[in-house]
Write a protein that binds this ligand. Structure first.
Ligand SMILES: NC(=O)c1ccc[n+]([C@@H]2O[C@H](COP(=O)([O-])OP(=O)(O)OC[C@H]3O[C@@H](n4cnc5c(N)ncnc54)[C@H](OP(=O)(O)O)[C@@H]3O)[C@@H](O)[C@H]2O)c1
Length: 263
């Protein structure tokens, strides 16, 4: 049995642990650490072994997941001794080289998960360094695919593109939902009906995109009759530069990720 130690068990580690348990993973193979007694207790309530002793957790694991906040990583990991364990980092913005310096050369996987992991519908980008074997890559991928979808990128700098697409992308969709709900209310629907219809529409469009072999552009064209209501709305998008707005926002997220990496 592969044993996993989560160093820091807050929102994201909890989402991953829940996914693993849902997937039938033996809770005996999972150790979760936290700092406060309250958080250790919360981790214990997941049904896994919980402790505030990070070194003990690492000594009993094959995979070590970095689940603390990025700003706490140096302080938490500097005193810890790792053996041969693979390190899987959840920490946004921290490069593989930092972990090589902190913990020595080893298999390291850097991830960029997103918040829908909390409801089992996450989208995670993964990058592995050259010390990571095919078996270790599969083990790392299994951590994330239990709470959603995981995709590898071949180059570490592409993690910033993942941030711009799916990491921050969740908020773009929330903004779209927000404005569509407000628009529907302005047109007379009550708040609850507007929210339900819009959320289901986003879900439906996403599901069709996932399940179809057609491009999103083809799917869009199929639901747009010439001279109809959808065509009118999409023409308004075009006139107001929707395409440039979305790609510009993504570029801004990407640029900010690169800037943060340098700081
Ligand atoms: N949440 C997201 O949507 C999201 C998305 C992408 C990436 N991430 C990444 O995931 C990581 C975790 O984020 P989060 O949102 O899950 O944070 P969080 O909820 O604040 O959890 C952090 C956990 O670390 C624990 N911790 C702090 N110091 C510790 C120590 N010395 N030893 C052991 N545990 C310690 C905290 O314990 P206490 O509660 O006792 O202080 C807490 O359980 C971050 O690096 C973040 O960049 C998160």
């Amino acid at each position: 049995m592969t044993r996993i130690a989560f160093i820091g068990t807050g929102n994201m580690s909890t989402a991953i642990i829940r996914g693993l348990l849902r997937d039938g993973r033996d809770p005996k193979g999972i150790i979760a650490t936290a700092k406060s007694a309250e958080s250790v207790n919360a981790a214990q309530n997941l049904g896994v072994t919980a402790t505030d002793d990070n070194q003990w957790a690492i000594d009993h694991a094959d995979i070590v997941v970095v689940g603390v906040k990025p700003q706490a990583v140096r302080e938490v990991f500097a005193p810890l001794q790792l053996d041969q364990q693979m390190l899987v980092s959840l920490a946004a913005g921290l490069p593989v080289s930092l972990f090589e310096t902190l913990c020595g050369p080893r298999a390291i996987v850097r991830s960029m998960p997103n918040t829908p992991s909390l409801v089992g519908a996450g989208a995670t980008g993964l990058y592995a360094n050259e010390h990571t074997s095919a078996e270790q890559r599969a083990q790392a991928e299994a951590l994330f695919s239990a709470s959603g979808l995981a995709r590898w990128v071949p180059d570490e700098s592409l993690i910033d593109a993942v941030t711009a697409a799916s990491g921050s992308g969740v908020a773009y969709i929330f903004a779209m939902i927000e404005h569509m709900v407000a628009g529907a209310e302005r047109l007379g629907l009550d708040a609850e009906t507007a929210r339900d219809l819009v959320a289901q529409t986003v879900l439906g469009a996403a599901k069709m995109t996932q399940e179809s072999d057609e491009s999103p552009a083809t799917l869009r064209t199929r639901v747009t009759s010439k001279g109809g209501t959808t065509a009118q709305a999409l023409a308004y998008f075009d006139q107001h530069g929707f395409d440039a707005l979305v790609s510009g926002a993504m570029q801004a997220a990407y640029d900010r990720a690169q800037e943060l990496a340098k700081s």
